[in-house]
Design a protein around this ligand. Sequence first.
Ligand code: F6P
Length: 345
Amino acid sequence: MVGMRIGMLTGGGDCPGLNAVIRAVVRKGEGIYGHELVGFRHGWRGVIEDETMELTIGSTRGLIHRGGTVLGTSRTNPFKADDGVACVLDTLAREHIDALIVVGGEDTLGVANQLVEHGVESVGVPKTIDNDLGATDFTFGFHTAVQIASDAIDRLHTTAESHDRVIVVEVMGRHAGWIAIYSGIAGGADIVLVPEEPFDIAEVCRRIEHRHQHGANFSIVVVAEGAQPKEGTMTLQSGEVDEFGHVRLGGISSVIQAEIEQRTGFETRVTVLGHVLRGGTPTAYDRVLATRFGLAAIDAVDDGAFGTMVALQGDSIVRVPLEEAVRELKTVDDELLDAASVFFG
Ligand code: F6P
């Protein structure tokens, strides 16, 4: 189609590579297809409130290496805001938007999928450090988060070893253990706790004691923020819930630290990597993946392939139905869990 006016938004937690997607969409959308791009600020909030930003080749130069998102982001859910959907439809009509490119994870893309029945034409781009979206082998941002976590684990090794300590490292990832298992394998962690396999703290302590009885003077325990104790073995506090019904995670490592120290007598420390995993420059891999996703998204819009998400399958970028991408959480598979278990404990 010629001369479309295309809106773009980035929603949910920010993630390294968002700016690379924006740049790629604009470069091909304006430069090759001759479309006009309009940015909406702060995810769906900017569409509800009609807060826009100019997106041209000129205004998106120099973005490939920049972390965060120049559009801003939020966890706003139009289906939870008063008249949210009506405001979205009004804004899109007022701004003469023909289609939207929605860059986000399960929640942001879920909204795009729900808006299909309200006549909103969109194409999704899979973003999240958590790598928990279905229908794509990888989301951009994940690789960068794993690299940051692995570098941190390398550093924690030397200090743990110098002090004969156990260090519990907490990583993000919500209810999937992708970041934990990848960084745990890459960083040579001794124990990795992921949501996919509820853990028994007594067994964790037994494994640490076993290591220390056999020559090790330190241990590194990587724990995913969403890891769960086996029923009845340990109590966790639950946090606030966001507009998409997700509980705010974080803090499990402190409970584990106290248990390990008390049960084993080994001096134990905690490092929560948290938002550090989402900050700063994307890795080269994520810059390339984000660029390929951006180019594929503008191609899909130009082809009128609405209600789809671009995805990585094998080495190819493909289009999948949006609903397939948001249907269920992609968690760590058994093959990877088995591979990891050889090294842990
Ligand atoms: O989904 C990305 C993510 O970083 C999760 O790993 C984490 O649980 C959550 O976002 C944190 O969200 P917020 O930035 O709102 O604290």
